[in-house]
Design a protein around this ligand. Structure first.
Ligand code: SPV
Ligand code: MG
Length: 434
């Protein structure tokens, strides 16, 4: 009876543990095991980017006793694969009878019923889960190589990757840990944006490249001490051409995933100033030369050089931005950031439409600070791959601190600040120590 029966198990198998073995042992009794391995895209969309990619996970599973074949499962819902492969049995833990997954169970039962397939449910193994193991791993640090490579993997796996500004280890911890679940899908930030504006502001300096690059990298090193998500670095104009080679190597060595250089020249000013009459855009061929120098300097394929186009900031039209994008990509840019300080996203959408026609696979980045009514779902539709929330953590912290400082002065004591403060007990417990 055992020989030719097919038994389906759907797995993500990012971390393989004894709970999975229990399922596989049970399944072996019913026949040849066919594993539906959830793809990187499906996992990244619904949970998180897996530590091991599809091929690595497949390699582990195919070597397990009883597993005859591993096929991709493109969705969290198993039922489309049940329809496709018509297994004699499907084996699943019994923990999907309630909660969000119960709809997948219903869909599978419906499919199995159509041709007489059977569902076998195995008691859920308590005290272990992939999520628990991943949380444990998250508390252990990563390596520069692993962290650096995460951005490219995110771009390949997710419709849009979400980066949040962090200017300190504590703001990065918030960006790393803040999560929200809805309809069985987990939402979190995919990584960090190291902003020149907020790094400079946090140091009490203007955003004009007066804060040294090496000092910003020291700050990132501190952020990297306590986090493991990827980081995109705001490299401003790149500064002196002769320093670029060394800067790129320092960034790669730290484990930064990408640097974005903007095509401005002269004393750099922040792009969001209302009046940009004293800001100058670099000659496009000169900027392209910077890009190709960076490209030659980098040692790792997964490190990305992204060219930031400031045409809209300086009142120029889409055609200028498109011409520049062509030149920068010819010079070796791995991606393009199109910036805008308009209240509406029309100009960046005009750009993305034309840009994606020529370069459908080149990552495109936007920074919706002024047109912040736009939702990520629309950015996906318009072809954007990365959205950067560029300054929000520092802008949130500043008024909160200012209010508390003022309250103490107004009252001659601090009691009135209680309601604005994180309790002492919580702050003591926030960073556990030994
Ligand atoms: C930054 O965050 O420093 C940026 C984006 O470069 S912007 O402030 O919009 O120029
Ligand atoms: Mg900046």
């Amino acid at each position: 009876m055992k020989k030719n029966k097919i038994v389906y198990i759907g797995l993500s198998a990012d971390t393989v543990h004894h709970g999975h073995m229990k399922l596989i042992e049970k399944a072996r009794h019913y026949g040849d095991i066919l594993i539906g391995l959830i793809t990187d895209k499906a996992l990244a969309e619904f949970k998180r980017l897996p530590y091991l990619n599809y091929e690595q996970r497949k390699k582990i599973l195919i070597n397990l006793k009883g597993v005859k074949k591993v096929v991709p499962q493109n969705q969290n819902d198993y039922s489309s694969n049940i329809r496709k492969y018509k297994p004699d049995f499907m084996v699943h833990g019994d923990d999907w009878k309630s909660g969000f997954e119960s709809r997948y169970r219903r869909n599978c039962l419906r499919e199995l019923k159509k041709y007489g397939g059977k569902l076998v449910e195995v008691p859920h193994t308590k005290g272990i889960s992939s999520a628990a193991l991943i949380n444990h791993l998250n508390n252990v640090s990563t390596t520069p190589d692993i962290r650096r490579g995460l951005l490219r993997r995110l771009i390949d796996s997710k419709k849009i990757s979400r980066f949040l500004e962090t200017h300190s280890p504590i703001s990065a911890i918030i960006a790393q840990n803040t999560e929200y679940s809805k309809n069985g899908k987990k939402y979190g930030f995919d990584g960090f944006w190291s902003s020149s504006l907020t790094d400079s502001t946090a140091m009490g300096k203007p955003d004009n490249e007066s804060l040294e690059n090496s000092q910003r990298l020291l700050g990132i090193n501190q952020i990297f001490d306590v986090t493991n998500k990827p980081l995109i670095f705001d490299g401003d104009t790149g500064g002196q051409i002769d320093h670029l080679d060394m800067k790129i190597k320092s960034m790669e060595r730290l484990g930064i995933s990408a640097v974005i250089f903007e095509d401005k020249t002269g004393l750099k000013q922040n792009s969001l100033f209302q009046n940009t009459s004293n800001q100058l855009q670099e000659n496009k061929n000169k900027f392209a030369e910077k890009i190709s120098i960076c490209k030659k300097a980098k040692r790792n394929d997964d490190f990305m050089i992204i060219a930031r186009i400031e045409s809209f900031i300086l009142g120029k039209k889409t055609q200028d931005a498109i011409d520049r994008a062509n030149t920068y990509i010819d010079a070796g840019a791995d991606g393009i950031m199109i910036h805008s300080k308009a209240k509406h996203p029309n100009e960046i959408f005009d750009f993305s439409k034309k840009f994606k026609k020529n370069f459908p696979n080149t990552p495109l980045v936007c920074v919706p600070s002024t047109y912040n009514q736009v939702k990520e779902s629309l950015l996906i539709e318009k072809g954007f791959n990365i959205v950067i929330y560029a300054n929000h953590m520092l802008r949130a912290a500043y008024p909160a601190m200012q209010k508390v400082a003022l309250k103490i002065l107004q009252n001659g004591r601090s009691k009135e600040t209680n309601k604005y403060l994180y309790p002492i007990k919580n702050i003591l417990e926030l960073i556990p120590g030994k």
